[in-house]
Design a protein around this ligand. Structure first.
Ligand SMILES: O=C(O)c1ccccc1NCC(=O)[C@H](O)[C@H](O)COP(=O)(O)O
Length: 220
């Protein structure tokens, strides 16, 4: 079995990019969402992206982006993947994918079985799915809230494309998350922070070690 792959999302500092790379992250994420404490400007994202060693995928996270913003990012930031974390329709996912010429990961917020009905439609247009906890009603942020959903909802499920588990993951629960859901990819943001937008190198290391260890654990 391949090793579990981890995405460290919401990086804002060069030292955090280095910590993620040294710890063995497979993906790093940059958030373009002004209301987020993890928001980075296009210029800052470019600087951070240039620090990422080859072999680690650089993901740009956007929420219902305009074409103008996509074009600005495309011109300046060397990304490998786009993550769409808003209310993008399957048609818009396909448009963004074509416009950027990059693979797209579509985030789906989950709180009940009904939310998983969208998997088939998005699986036809997205390259990957990010299965995250649904943001609470009225929340400022559509993701990065440190909330988990009931992992039993994804146990034993077959997926049309590769997927990542997200939402409320921490160094303490990452091993169990892998063992329980069979996820081969985990995405984390607030669970490896010392404060919003500021990552903790020790937590990043502990998270990635726990995620990889989960693979060897008996399935729960
Ligand atoms: O992290 C943010 O600030 C953010 C803002 C707007 C949309 C999405 C955002 N984060 C999404 C992520 O990819 C997170 O890693 C994912 O939701 C899990 O977050 P957490 O529960 O904090 O680990």
């Amino acid at each position: 079995m391949d090793s579990v792959r981890v995405k460290i999302c919401g990086l804002t500092r060069v030292e955090d990019v280095r910590a993620a790379a040294e710890a063995g992250a497979a993906y790093v994420g940059f958030v373009f969402f002004p209301k987020s404490p993890r928001n980075v400007s296009v210029e800052a994202a470019r600087e951070l992206a240039l620090e990422v060693p080859p072999g680690i995928a650089k993901v740009g996270l956007l929420v219902d982006p305009s074409d103008a913003l996509l074009d600005e990012i495309d011109a300046a930031v060397p990304l490998d993947m786009i993550q769409l974390h808003g209310r993008e329709t399957p048609e818009r996912v396909a448009e963004v994918r074509a416009r950027m010429g990059l693979p797209v990961m579509k985030a789906l917020g989950v709180s009940s079985e009904d939310d998983l009905a969208k998997v088939a439609a998005y699986g036809r247009v997205a390259d990957q799915l990010l299965i995250d906890a649904k943001a609470p009603e009225g929340a400022e942020l559509p993701g990065g809230n440190g909330l988990a959903f009931d992992w039993r909802l994804v146990q034993g499920r077959r997926w049309p494309v590769p997927w990542m588990l997200a939402g409320g993951l921490t160094p303490e629960n990452a091993r169990r998350a892998v063992a329980m859901t069979g996820a081969q990819q985990l995405d984390v943001s607030s669970g490896v922070e010392e404060s919003p937008g500021i990552k903790d190198a020790g937590k990043i290391r502990a998270f990635i070690a726990a995620a990889k260890d989960g693979e060897a654990a008996p399935r729960l």
